[in-house]
Write a protein that binds this ligand. Structure first.
Ligand code: CA
Length: 226
């Protein structure tokens, strides 16, 4: 059974959501501040975390940042009262897997949780490495080696690269990437994709301005060639 960590300081909201998730078959543990949430998240006993942003002691961004800098890849669904794009993008940049604006229907939270669990489950066997061109990707270490240099990858860059590798030779639209890699059901904000592709190119391409692997297909999206 999936064990979910719920970090939310507003008691009625937390209890209501915890009950709702339990009724959907999840095991739920609750924490009411960022510090306790971070400690619980690092315990390794959860399959995913639902994380509020405005929290006492440590805010949600800081919890996420510390978690990822510890190389903890626990899937995180951000729950925020603030629907601003900057929050959403910052959350995703810090390595959140998805983002829900409060008050969200329980059904939406459940669907998004299931999606991030499925994606992380698909990737349960992240250990191992893979070679393409002159590049060696080490999935377990979140890094790759090119031209004798090692480059770190954040979670999204790794997921994006994995998706490109799984679909090499196909033209992938930005909307497809947002849906499949970011898990957005109603893809918008396609510049996020461009930003991540730009960064990925800096790491995988010897000459990012004339890419050998990760091509822009004008008016359509991207195509990855191994
Ligand atoms: Ca709060």
């Amino acid at each position: 059974m999936n064990n979910i960590l719920l970090v939310e300081d507003e008691p009625s909201l937390r209890m209501g959501l915890a009950d709702g998730l339990r009724s959907e078959g999840f095991e739920v543990e609750e924490r009411a501040d960022g510090e306790a949430g971070l400690e619980a998240a690092q315990s390794g006993k959860f399959q995913a975390m639902v994380l509020d942003l405005m929290l006492p002691k440590l805010d949600g961004f800081e919890v996420l940042r510390r978690l990822r800098s510890d190389r903890c890849d626990l899937p995180v669904l951000i729950l925020s009262a603030r629907g601003e794009d900057s929050d959403r993008i910052l959350g995703l940049e810090y390595g959140a897997d998805d983002y829900v604006v409060k008050p969200a229907p329980l059904r939406e939270i459940v669907l998004r949780l299931q999606a991030i669990l499925r994606r992380s489950g698909n990737h349960a066997g992240v250990a191992g490495s893979l070679q393409f061109g002159a590049i060696e990707v080490d999935f377990a270490a979140y890094s790759l080696v090119r031209d004798g240099k090692r480059f770190g990858l954040n979670r999204l860059e790794l997921e994006l690269l994995r998706f490109f590798l799984d679909h090499s030779g196909e033209i992938l639209s930005r909307e497809t990437l947002l849906r499949e890699v970011w898990g957005h059901r109603h893809p918008s904000g396609t510049r996020t994709v461009d930003t991540h592709v730009f960064r990925l190119r800096q790491k995988i391409e010897t000459r990012p301005e004339a890419p050998r692997h990760l091509h822009t297909v004008r008016g359509m999206g991207y195509r990855f060639d191994r």
